[in-house]
Design a protein around this ligand. Structure first.
Ligand code: HEC
Length: 196
């Protein structure tokens, strides 16, 4: 089954993850210790965030990394990477599948790139395009990022197997990992409501 047809499963996963995040936030409130009057409000527990030099906002990061890398995985659903001919000049090809590091190797490397970009989604100091901070303090953000990291690993293993049925399933898993987070933080009628 091609990933675009897995809408039912995607919605089910999104509803489930919403239920989990509600559950977690209730649990979190119950555990908040009493604080003395006038004391600074307790900060939400920090997830495993990291430091780094930030040069792109979240929108630019998505467009520049996850978008092209995931398209390599999605393309492998429709065409057997082993049959993709090299470009006329593979060294300068802009399509990874037809490049020097092409075919299944391109699928492997794009899958690894996706898992690595998960780390960039946890770097402190990045803004969304609307100026809001990337919501690192929300527990479900880290959970969605982990889902992306895992989906990249699943796609990597599928690419190593060089089996197209396996990559079709992995592409479905990847597409769900993207939409689990987008459903909560991106799909808003107004840009200003993203990332909250
Ligand atoms: C942990 C959350 C999260 C995950 C996982 C995630 N995204 Fe995003 N993505 C966002 C948010 C939030 C935005 C909006 C960013 C903004 O407006 O600054 C976005 C925006 C985008 C955009 C730009 C949309 C536009 O308006 O132009 C693309 C493309 C995109 N994501 C692709 C992907 C793909 C492909 C994946 C999976 C391989 C993915 N994203 C996984 C949160 C996520």
């Amino acid at each position: 089954m091609r990933h675009g047809m897995k809408i039912g499963r995607t919605i089910a996963a999104a509803v489930f993850s919403l239920a989990i995040s509600n559950f977690l936030s209730i649990g979190g409130q119950a555990q908040t210790p009493q604080r003395a009057p006038g004391a600074a409000p307790a900060k939400a527990p920090a997830a495993a965030t990291s430091t780094g030099v930030v040069t792109a906002n979240l929108l630019q990061l998505m467009r520049g990394t996850l978008y092209p890398a995931s398209n390599v995985i999605f393309a492998a659903q429709n065409q057997d990477p082993a049959k993709i001919p090299p470009a006329k000049d593979p060294a300068t090809a802009s399509d990874p599948l037809a490049s020097t590091y092409g075919q299944w190797l391109a699928v492997e490397n794009s899958a690894l790139a996706i898992s690595e970009v998960a780390n960039l989604l946890m770097v402190r100091g990045r803004k969304c395009a609307n100026g809001r901070d990337v919501p690192l303090r929300n527990a479900d953000w880290a959970k969605f990022v982990q889902g992306l990291r895992d989906a990249g690993q699943t796609a990597y293993k599928a690419a190593q197997s060089k089996n197209q049925d396996t990559i079709v399933d992995a592409a479905g898993t990847l597409s769900e990992a993207c939409s689990n987070c987008h459903d909560k933080y991106r799909e808003k009628p107004k840009m200003e409501d993203r990332c909250m």
